[in-house]
Design a protein around this ligand. Structure first.
Ligand SMILES: Nc1ncnc2c1ncn2[C@@H]1O[C@H](COP(=O)(O)OP(=O)(O)OP(=O)(O)O)[C@@H](O)[C@H]1O
Ligand SMILES: [Mg+2]
Length: 453
């Protein structure tokens, strides 16, 4: 018995030779294929079964493609519809995109191109479904965490598990990776959620002020202390105190912080009364805090108190699967009331191949800029500005048996892919002229999609 195909498609066209050929071609690719030779049959099929992708002809007698599209989108919004259309119907085809179709393909179709479109549609579908799952898990929080990589799921898992306890959690990870977001997630899922979440950025407050920021001061404690001021620890009472950039706290303040964490008590600067509060301590740093301890810049006993549970947020470059859903998320977020822009597949490839040294914050900025610069509804590679180099192959892993020519071919191919097959950009990155690049593409027989300069 052959196993049930994982991907189910429906091919709708009134020309039987079209549906029959597509059935053979798609089945060869491992897809499950049902066919319908008119709109009414298509609607019946869609009613009875959930299809991943529907290939849909527009012009059919009785019920036309537009009605099938409407029906499919209303009943199974995550089914992706690809419109098959003749050259004369391009305008209608464009309108179908606005109605929720994923893409359109003109007839006579080229099967390779059609397949790329089907695969893109499936990626989009997976993204929609995964996002829904993730959104449901985190519904309780105002802070939406997007991504479906195993690495991110593990971080979220630990965060949710420790949320209920009062344990101190230290969150480490590179800049812009989402440490503060994880701190919020922990707070929102704890019993303290209704109480304040107070963040203190330890790096931005000068040494002389951090103690009074944290613990407050009495009137007249120092020259500028004109009135009594409550510290952030007091304001956070009952809730969570988030010590951001905790690695930047100097040796002078560290013992005071340690005492506070150990006893829950403190004195305001210039005060004598011992005050006590009930706060849960979360902290974050992008420094290698263990090295700071070795170099005697950070007290080991303080680290021990802060780091009862350790959560490491991985760099975006090590969980690239999260990139497409983050891109979608930021597109939605940045579009506000305007129509949400789409991202062209070659632009998405560019984003997926970049190494993201500034992590998610950098991605967010790149998308915001691209959304502003794009006047149409599709973001093209030209609007995407990446500061550092596109991810390059790990040079140490190149097998030594490769000839120089083979290496050149592979490198040219990689650079072309990384630049979404934009010849001018690729030539520039390779440091050769456009003409030389053309000659080399021809020489090596490198396959490239339709000409794009
Ligand atoms: N998984 C995610 N889903 C959605 N948004 C995210 C995700 N991770 C991070 N962000 C967003 O990216 C930005 C940077 O995240 P955050 O401020 O939490 O990073 P950080 O690790 O604290 O950075 P830094 O070390 O620079 O302080 C924020 O706007 C945050 O909302
Ligand atoms: Mg931060």
């Amino acid at each position: 018995m052959t196993p049930t195909p994982l991907v189910q498609t429906l091919v709708v066209d009134d020309e039987k030779n079209v549906t029959d050929l597509l059935k053979i071609q798609l089945e060869e690719e491992g897809f499950g294929v049902d066919i319908a030779n008119d709109g009414a049959v298509a609607i019946n099929k869609v009613q009875g079964k959930r299809y991943d992708v529907i290939l849909l002809d527009l012009k059919m007698p009785r019920v036309n493609g537009i009605d099938v599209l409407k029906f499919a989108k209303e009943n199974h919004p995550d089914s992706q519809v690809l419109i098959l259309t003749g050259y004369g119907d391009i305008k209608t085809a464009v309108d179908t995109i606005k109605m929720g179709a994923f893409d359109f393909i003109t007839k006579p179709y080229n099967f390779e191109e059609l397949l790329v479109s089907v695969k893109n549609a499936l990626d989009m579908r997976r993204l929609m479904v995964d996002n829904k799952v993730m959104k449901m898990q985190l519904q309780s929080g105002r802070f939406e965490i997007v991504g479906q990589s195993a690495a991110l799921k593990e971080v979220i898992d630990i965060a949710l598990k420790v949320a209920a306890s009062d344990a101190s959690v230290m969150i480490t990870g590179p800049s812009g990776s989402g440490k503060e977001l994880i701190a919020h997630l922990i707070h929102e899922n704890s019993d303290r959620a209704a109480k304040p979440f107070v963040a203190v950025n330890c790096a931005s407050i000068p040494d002389t002020l951090i103690e009074s920021e944290l613990f407050g001061h009495e009137k007249g404690a120092f020259t500028d202390a004109h009135s009594l001021k409550q510290g952030l620890a007091e304001i956070a009472d009952g809730g969570t105190l988030f010590l951001d950039e905790v690695g930047d706290i100097t040796f002078i303040v560290q013992p005071k912080l340690l005492r506070f964490i150990e006893t829950g008590t403190f004195r305001r600067v210039g005060g004598t009364a011992e005050l006590s509060v009930d706060v849960r301590i979360l902290s974050a740093t992008n420094k290698d805090i263990h090295r700071e301890v070795e170099e005697e810049k950070f007290r080991e006993d303080l680290l021990y108190r802060l780091n009862v549970v350790h959560v490491e947020v991985p760099a975006l470059g090590s969980r690239r699967e999260d990139i497409p859903s983050l891109v979608e998320h930021f597109l939605q977020k940045k579009s506000k009331s305007r129509q949400v822009k789409r991202i062209a597949p070659d632009a998405m490839r560019l984003l997926e191949n970049y190494d993201w040294p500034g992590n998610i914050r950098e991605l967010e900025n790149v998308i915001e800029r691209a959304a502003i610069l794009t006047t149409g509804d599709e973001i093209r590679p030209e609007s995407i500005a990446l500061t550092s180099k596109v991810r390059s192959a790990d040079l140490r892993r190149i097998p030594t048996r490769l000839s120089l020519a083979e290496l050149e071919r592979i490198h040219i191919e990689n650079v072309l892919k990384a630049n979404a097959f934009n010849r001018s950009k690729s030539a520039q990155a390779l440091g050769i002229s456009l003409k030389t690049l053309y000659l080399k593409i021809k020489h090596y027989g490198i396959e490239t999609p339709a000409l794009r300069i």
